[in-house]
Write a protein that binds this ligand. Structure first.
Ligand SMILES: NC(=O)c1ccc[n+]([C@@H]2O[C@H](COP(=O)([O-])OP(=O)(O)OC[C@H]3O[C@@H](n4cnc5c(N)ncnc54)[C@H](OP(=O)(O)O)[C@@H]3O)[C@@H](O)[C@H]2O)c1
Length: 257
């Protein structure tokens, strides 16, 4: 018996699909049969993702659609138009994944207001606007599943991390509130809290060997995190909502060992 996720004839939106975890989720959803709307700012990368979708001989192969959108600037009308374009082509969505985020250190005694605001707008307000726009009845089928990105930093804030940590903690709280509201449409929403994942976000930072050694099972790959996201999008998670899931490679237990 070969058990895999089958997202055939399903439609999903992935925000932050041009890189890292979002890109991996978009590719895996597409490979398992779903139509995917890939959203981000970098059109070149989104186009490369679109072209990388597997060639298929079936009659209506799943497609990757792309939309360029800056989540810190997008208005409700722009979100609605993006959703309108996608759902007109494929029908209502069955869920969405929001992975847009930026990292940045903001020490309290001299913090960069602009950076702190951008961190919050990208990880938190962008996700809120995304959920509001995509979960509407006119765009989302009943039983849709949504996943947004938190981080272990949402629970364990380090030095100079208040903006990033607060945004990721806020996501976890918002998810609980949204889960209660979205249940009337039988939608689900959960968040994921990874630790160190080998993506461009991590590469841009100079993470010390001491911090890396806390992650007892080693650095995670986008593939490791995507597994939990696909599970939560799938029908196997039909009774799971309002939760936050650590996918941290043992980082938390390693930090206190
Ligand atoms: N990597 C880690 O170690 C780690 C750990 C815990 C949590 N996370 C969280 O996981 C999520 C994904 O991170 P990643 O590691 O995959 O990072 P990544 O490779 O840097 O990807 C980030 C994505 O966010 C998009 N993005 C950023 N700002 C945006 C904006 N204003 N508008 C639209 N899209 C925007 C980027 O797309 P464009 O550049 O095309 O705009 C990119 O696709 C983030 O929320 C991050 O906080 C990551």
């Amino acid at each position: 018996m070969n058990v895999t996720f089958d997202f055939g004839r399903k439609n999903f939106v992935v925000v932050g699909a041009s890189s890292g975890i979002g890109r991996q989720v978009a590719l895996e959803l597409s490979a398992s049969g779903a139509n995917v709307l890939a959203v981000g700012r970098n059109l070149e990368r989104l186009d490369a993702l679109r072209k990388s979708s597997p060639i298929s001989l079936i009659k209506h192969p799943p497609r990757i659609f792309v939309e360029q959108l800056d989540v810190t600037m997008a208005t409700a009308d722009e979100w609605a138009s993006v959703m309108e374009n996608f759902t007109r082509c494929v029908g209502k969505i069955n869920g969405g994944v929001y992975t847009a985020g930026i990292w940045g250190l903001t020490p309290l005694n001299a913090f960069d207001t602009e950076l702190a605001r951008k961190i919050f707008e990208t990880s938190f307000w962008g996700a809120v606007n995304f959920i509001q726009a995509t979960s509407r009845k006119r765009f989302a089928d009943e039983n849709s599943s949504f996943v947004v990105m938190s981080s272990v930093a949402g629970d364990y804030a380090g030095k100079s991390l208040f903006a990033y940590s607060a945004a990721k903690a806020a996501i976890q709280s918002a998810v609980k509130s949204f889960a209660a509201e979205l249940a009337r449409s039988k939608h689900r929403i959960n968040s994921i809290a990874p630790a160190l994942v080998q993506t461009e976000m991590l590469q841009r930072e100079n993470i010390s060997d001491e911090i890396i050694s806390r992650q007892l099972l080693g650095l995670s790959s986008p593939f490791d995190v995507a597994g939990m996201i696909l599970f939560l999008l799938s029908g196997r998670a039909a009774r799971i909502t309002g939760q936050n899931f650590f996918v941290d490679g043992g980082y938390v237990v390693g930090s206190f060992a």
